[in-house]
Design a protein around this ligand. Structure first.
Ligand SMILES: Cc1cc2nc3c(=O)[nH]c(=O)nc-3n(C[C@H](O)[C@H](O)[C@H](O)COP(=O)(O)OP(=O)(O)OC[C@H]3O[C@@H](n4cnc5c(N)ncnc54)[C@H](O)[C@@H]3O)c2cc1C
Length: 111
């Protein structure tokens, strides 16, 4: 799986660090990445919007979930969704709203 060196931060854009960024496109890719990269350390990264738990892994491997963005099943009657790890809140809302569902927690500006 290809990777590239990138400088990463969290949402606050402080304390940047370098890591090898990879973008697994399947569960099998992600499993292989965890197995092969274990010695260096591998963490997942979503949209990089966390205030505190920034997905950086200085000197290690960061697995972006950007390509794991498929909604597998939406139970419109029960409001349960099965999806891959990189599905965004926007995707969930677009998929769920027509059936009357909204995510229970959504990001909002602080006071
Ligand atoms: C303007 C703003 C407003 C916000 N308001 C709210 C709010 O009202 N309520 C609220 O709850 N939050 C709020 N947040 C926080 C925000 O919702 C979360 O920090 C963000 O959704 C985390 O998702 P991410 O994909 O950006 O995670 P990242 O920043 O990419 O990662 C955060 C952490 O999760 C880990 N991680 C990411 N993906 C996975 C995965 N698939 N498996 C395992 N670990 C993973 C990373 O390794 C890292 O440790 C707000 C953020 C912003 C910027």
């Amino acid at each position: 799986m290809s990777s590239r060196a990138v400088k990463l931060t969290g949402w606050g854009r402080i304390s940047p660090s370098w890591a090898e960024l990879t973008e697994p496109a399947s569960a099998a890719d992600a499993a292989a990445l965890l197995r092969d990269g274990a010695a260096r350390g591998v963490i997942a990264r979503g949209l990089g919007r966390s205030y505190n738990d920034a997905a950086q892994c200085d000197g290690g491997v960061v697995a972006s979930t950007a390509r794991l963005n498929r909604i597998i099943e939406l139970d419109a009657a029960g409001g349960r969704v099965t999806c891959q790890a990189g599905v965004s809140l926007e995707q969930l809302m677009v998929a769920g709203l027509p059936a009357g569902w909204f995510v229970p927690v959504s990001p909002a500006p602080g006071r």
